[in-house]
Design a protein. Structure first.
Length: 343
């Protein structure tokens, strides 16, 4: 019987994933990551594992999480960019250190409660959108290498949330309704307070218009992101939006809505499970943030290893630090961290 280790948080999705793999005949073991603070998740996961009759382990990845996720998150805001830490966590923790640990324990694969699928094309496995597009999490999984993709399972890829809850309910496990927060290490969602607590200073500075004219004072660049309108604290005759952040000069650039639309972008830290997929310019659908529906574009790898995207139609609020993820149909070809928007 093949062993699969399941990342378990005590929630519905990871518990349902473990149940489905048990029902498929695998030898399942649950693993909860100790990343920061408290043990509630581990306690809940251990209870569910006991109910299912499977082993439960706690894997301390707190040092890796701090180094690879939390510290870069704070550093990004200090540099005036808006990161997505889930991307880093999936690369370094959930499908990095966890896969290594599972292999050392003799597991053939790891599994999570992500809503995504693995599909085959030309004999190669690709991360693929979930059947339920409202829950699809493929966007934050683009950094997985080909070797990692071959070692992961997503049992919920063909289900919706109601079906996942039904899987858990039929085993008599009650888990209160609710969704996990966007960023696990900031449970109240107050990014600025978290960053200040980490030692990032709130340095007031100037709001400036397109012509460099000072329009007012900002509270500190950590409070702003490209495309933002609310919370500026300005009374101006026309609506204005954040169009850029200059961390070196401690200035937040404002403009009208039209200036937020750009024709392309340059991305760095590019991850392609199969680099040959972009050996020539390729037509793709690109998503520039988690909630973005995707836009038709041409993708080109540059000689310096960066990625250039040219959109068929102008895209609004391309924010440095977010990820540009490339799709062909439902398959993820890869992606990178947005370095800058280009005209």
């Amino acid at each position: 019987m093949e062993k699969i280790m399941v990342a378990m948080s005590g929630g519905v999705d990871s518990t349902a994933a473990a149940i489905l793999l048990l029902e498929q005949g695998y030898a399942v073991e649950g693993v909860t990551f100790a990343l920061f603070g408290g043990s509630q998740a581990a306690e809940q996961a251990a209870e569910h594992c006991a109910r299912l009759g499977i082993s439960h382990h706690v894997l301390d990845l707190s040092t890796e999480f701090e180094r690879q996720v939390v510290a870069p998150f704070a550093d990004a805001y200090a540099r005036g960019i808006t990161p997505n830490p889930c991307v880093w966590c999936n690369r370094a923790v959930k499908f990095g250190a966890f896969v290594d640990y599972a292999e050392a324990q003799g597991a053939v694969a790891v599994a999570t409660g992500h809503y995504a699928r693995i599909s085959m094309a030309e004999g190669r496995p690709y991360i693929t959108r979930a059947a339920d597009l409202k829950k699809d999490q493929s966007y934050v999984l683009y950094t997985l290498s080909a070797r990692r993709i071959a070692r992961v399972r997503f049992p919920l890829g063909t289900l919706d949330k109601a079906e996942a809850r039904a899987v858990v309910a039929r085993r008599g496990i009650h888990i209160p309704a609710g969704e996990s927060q966007d960023i696990c290490f900031i449970p109240d969602g107050d990014y600025a307070a978290f960053l200040v607590q980490r030692g990032l200073a709130e340095r007031p500075g100037d709001f400036v218009g397109p012509d460099g004219k000072v329009l007012g004072r900002h509270r500190g660049i950590l409070h702003y992101t490209v495309g933002q309108r609310r919370g500026l604290g300005l009374a101006l005759p026309e609506p204005v939006y954040v169009s850029g952040i200059d961390a070196e000069e401690n200035r937040v650039q404002l403009s009208g809505d039209a200036a937020l639309y750009k024709g392309g972008l340059i991305a760095r830290e590019v991850h392609l499970p199969y680099p040959e997929d972009l050996s020539a310019p390729r037509r793709v659908t690109a998503r520039i943030r988690y909630g973005h529906p995707g836009a038709e574009a041409t993708a080109l790898m540059l000689p310096d290893g960066q990625l250039e995207l040219r959109f068929d139609r102008l895209q609004r609020a391309i924010a440095p630090g977010q990820s540009a993820v490339l799709y062909e149909g439902d398959r993820v070809l890869g992606g990178g961290i947005i370095a800058q928007a280009i005209d």
